[in-house]
Design a protein around this ligand. Structure first.
Ligand SMILES: Nc1nc2c(ncn2[C@@H]2O[C@H](COP(=O)(O)OP(=O)(O)OP(=O)(O)O)[C@@H](O)[C@H]2O)c(=O)[nH]1
Ligand SMILES: [Mg+2]
Length: 340
């Protein structure tokens, strides 16, 4: 999971980074201030910078940092068509009824198109479009090297700093990339629907392990109870949830299209949050996430410097000495590391 940028402004832009941003004409501090004041366009601009892997990201991150840590992050994931967007819309409504500011980040790790695949979702969420207590944004990978798992936490910090109380992250699919993105949430909700066979798919992708709450949506369809039973059985087979003192993910049923069962989902989210806070788990999760992020940025920076070494110190010469038996690969690697 390489990060797209280094640790300082002097690191060259990564491959695939946008060079359309006029680097020094943009006042990052001012942009962040405008985002904090709730200016939608500034928020959108900052998220675009994340999506485009702007070389200004280290500066953006520094300006955002003091204003983050307040938002509750809720991940929603599940197979295509299971009802994630419909559920998100219903959840947004429920949070708005409680006067909370809500951010929605729809992430499609498989789409190289700029939000194109999610356009339908945007249209469907239009009932929130005129509400300035809601910020909705979709993000696509645009062919980045590291995919979107690195970009998601950065985009979340933008929404967090912009004053969102709750951020919903909707991820399409049940693959490894989705698992990575879903684990950038405080609470992860995994959606299933009757008769889609996604229980097995979910088990394969390790999505059962990351679920804090299961929701069987489309409970108005035949087979919802069978899906609940199958899921309960699968969970009984083992995994982190069966260990003593661990959180047991509840299995809820909803009809998202009619907002049925949504209050229960909100209650379960609140209960999970209380449990996490009581156990120190929220802090532990956030720290683990930050560690992974720091590591990926550091490794990427190191890799870039190794790239410099590659050109300047003469890797071919070292390689030739290894081939000739004059030195060995370990000693050669140590020589390179010393100069980094
Ligand atoms: N019968 C029934 N249909 C539903 C329910 N919830 C959503 N749908 C329908 O299922 C379809 C897919 O819903 P979406 O919310 O777009 O699903 P999604 O998971 O966001 O889909 P992708 O973003 O494409 O992965 C739509 O036609 C919804 O109207 C439900 O509870 N019952
Ligand atoms: Mg959707």
């Amino acid at each position: 999971m390489p990060a797209p940028h280094g640790t300082s402004g002097t690191v060259p832009a990564p491959p695939g980074a946008s060079d359309t941003v006029p680097a020094r004409t943009l006042d990052v501090g001012e942009l962040v201030e405008r985002a904090r004041a709730g200016e939608t366009r500034a928020v959108a601009r900052l998220i675009s910078m994340v999506e485009d892997a702007s070389p200004l990201l280290p500066e953006v991150a520094a300006a955002l940092a003091p204003h983050t840590g307040n938002a509750q992050i809720i991940g929603l994931t599940g197979s295509p068509g299971v009802g994630k967007s419909t559920s998100t819309t219903a959840l947004v409504r429920a949070f708005r009824d409680r006067d909370l500011r809500v951010g929605v980040l729809a992430v499609d790790p498989s789409s190289p198109f700029s939000g194109g695949a999610l356009l339908g979702d945007r249209v469907r969420m239009q009932d929130h479009a005129t509400d300035d207590g809601v910020f909705i944004r979709s993000m696509a990978s645009r062919g980045h090297l590291g995919g979107l798992s690195w970009a998601t936490p950065q985009a979340l910090r933008v929404l967090d700093a912009a004053g969102c109380d709750v951020i919903l992250v909707e991820t399409v699919g049940v693959g490894q990339a989705e698992v990575d993105i879903a684990s950038s949430a405080d609470t992860t909700v995994v959606l299933l629907a009757p008769g889609m066979g996604d229980g097995i798919q979910a088990a394969k992708a390790g999505i059962l392990e990351i679920a804090d709450i299961f929701v069987v949506n489309k409970a108005d369809r035949d087979g919802a109870d069978t899906t609940v039973r199958d899921l309960r059985y699968m969970l009984s087979l083992g995994g982190p949830h069966t260990e003593a003192g661990s959180w047991r993910p509840p299995i809820l049923k909803t009809v998202a299209s009619k907002s049925e069962g949504i209050e229960e989902v909100l209650d379960a989210i609140a209960t999970h949050r209380e449990w996490m806070t009581g156990k120190g788990e929220l802090q532990r999760r956030r720290t683990a996430r930050a560690s992974a992020e720091i590591e990926s940025i550091a490794v990427q920076a190191l890799r870039e410097r190794m790239g410099d070494v590659h050109g300047s110190v003469g890797l071919p010469a070292l390689a030739a000495r290894v081939v000739a038996g004059a030195t060995d690969p370990y000693a050669a690697a140590a020589e390179i590391l010393e100069s980094v």
